[in-house]
Write a protein that binds this ligand. Structure first.
Ligand code: SF4
Ligand code: SF4
Length: 443
């Protein structure tokens, strides 16, 4: 086993972690699909309002690659299709039947898997809508099925707060996990399994990471271990998504059950748990009491890489956690005179630097956006040793080639540089958009 030590990053002292206890949620009345949050695709609808769909019926495909299908996470009637600005498809809502049916595919056992060709496995995953669970570095879009990656990384955990813990979602599923690994070995000669190794689960790791957030991110692990540029386009998948692929291959049906962690300092204490629920679950179903409160923000996904969702929306295909935090948009009375003992900050000017307790985080930026003061904080914490302040300046001057030379494509979009910047510059968002634009231009 290789130990990868992330030298840079940030030790996050944030309160609101969900307990390892699991709770089985009741069945929601509706589930939803959120096409506009799937990166790099142009969705083309295959259903209309009023249509009846089964679990696994294709709802839309990618206009540029019709083989990339996205399927229904529920069986029932399409009750609404909500469009946003410029006709982007924001959500497809399915009112569930009391008895749900599945689209059926071939079931595989160990022997079938052994004799299955790479092409047949790829076709099966594409047809069933399972393929989009495999993603590709450095752009973090869906893996290109026509290529063979140098390696596939399976990340059991990534140290981002607060994603489901591997000891919870892997409990009793070792055989299923092994089956998934055998399937991935059909797609690449090298499969790496990474985790912090702190949890209690019986999975042999190839890479154990240590260090601060985001040391466990697949991009950071690749940055520290790659030997050639060939590896830049490695694929990656989360441990829980690999279990979904195995469940699909062994059952022949699209699996909808998921473990979703609900955390964040504003989540009601009884809700801060791991919930056994399903793909496309409504946000209000996950945190019913929080959804009635004012001034709170729901983040689908982790605290740093997640995105804000409204309580009438749904968890998307890739999101397995919901974090509930304060909006942080209230004025603090005489805030400039306060010592900031409970203020999460990188700056040592606040007394929170000597507070050892976990602190509450909110989504406010607490100040105006200002010009860069060259404090160097962003460079101190960047896990892939980019100099974010200079990369940002290159992009502001439209010097994309220079930004690439600065290591733009190594950016793992961890959000730390924006978090620590005293001038409130949205570095991470700028880098993410620049990477997306560059990829679009390339393709
Ligand atoms: S540039 Fe910012 S977002 Fe990108 S890896 Fe470095 S710290 Fe993270
Ligand atoms: S943290 Fe912000 S202000 Fe400081 S160098 Fe980086 S971009 Fe400039």
């Amino acid at each position: 086993m290789i130990t990868v030590r992330g030298v840079k990053g940030l030790h996050l002292k944030i309160s609101g972690a969900p307990s390892l206890e699991t709770i089985k949620l009741g069945r929601p009345e509706h589930v939803g699909s959120v096409p506009f949050k799937i990166p790099f695709i142009k969705p083309k609808l295959l259903v209309s309002t009023g249509d009846h769909v089964k679990i696994g019926t294709p709802l839309f495909h990618d206009k540029k690659n019709q083989d990339l299908k996205f399927v229904s996470p529920g069986c029932g009637t399409i009750s609404d299709i909500v469009f946003g600005p410029r006709r982007v498809i924001e959500k497809i809502i399915i009112r569930l039947d009391s008895n749900e049916e599945y689209e059926k595919f071939d079931r595989l056992n160990k022997n079938d898997l052994q004799t299955l060709s790479k092409k047949n496995l790829t076709d099966l995953l594409l047809q069933s809508g399972m393929w989009p669970l495999i993603k590709e570095l450095p752009f973090r879009g869906i893996a290109d099925p026509d290529t063979t990656p140098a390696a596939i990384w399976v990340n059991l955990d990534t140290c981002e707060p607060f994603l489901p813990a591997p000891e919870v979602y892997l409990a009793g599923k070792k055989k299923l996990f092994d089956f998934g690994l055998r399937a991935l070995e059909k797609l690449s000669d090298k499969v790496n399994i990474s985790a912090s190794g702190n949890g209690n689960y019986d999975i042999p790791l190839t890479h154990k990471y240590s260090g601060q957030y985001p040391s466990g991110d697949p991009g950071v692990l690749l940055y520290h271990t790659r030997r050639s540029s060939n590896e830049n386009r490695c694929w990656y998948i989360s441990g829980q998504d690999l279990l979904l692929i195995s469940t699909f291959l062994t059952s022949g049906t699209y699996p909808v059950e998921r473990i979703v962690s609900v955390g964040g300092c504003m989540a009601d204490s009884v809700e801060k748990k791991h919930c056994i629920t399903r793909t496309g679950v409504p946000i209000a179903h996950l945190a019913p009491r929080s959804s009635k409160k004012q001034n709170i923000r729901f983040l689908a996904g982790g605290l740093f890489k997640g995105y804000a969702v409204h309580c009438d929306s749904f968890l998307g295909l890739y999101e397995t956690s919901l974090n509930v935090i304060d909006q942080g948009d209230r004025e603090e009375f005489l805030g400039f005179l306060r010592p900031g003992f409970n203020k999460p900050s990188f700056s040592r000017t606040f007394l929170s630097s000597i507070n050892t307790k976990d602190l509450e985080i909110d989504s406010g930026i607490h100040g105006e956006i200002r010009a860069c003061v060259n404090c160097g904080a962003c460079a101190k914490i960047c896990p892939v040793e980019i100099l974010p302040q200079f990369t940002f300046k290159c992009l502001a001057a439209n010097e994309i080639e220079e930004a690439l030379e600065h290591g733009l494509l190594d950016c793992v979009e961890c959000g730390l540089c924006s978090f620590v910047c005293p001038s409130k510059i949205e570095l991470n968002g700028t880098f993410r958009e620049a990477k997306q634009e560059y990829r679009k231009e390339q393709s």
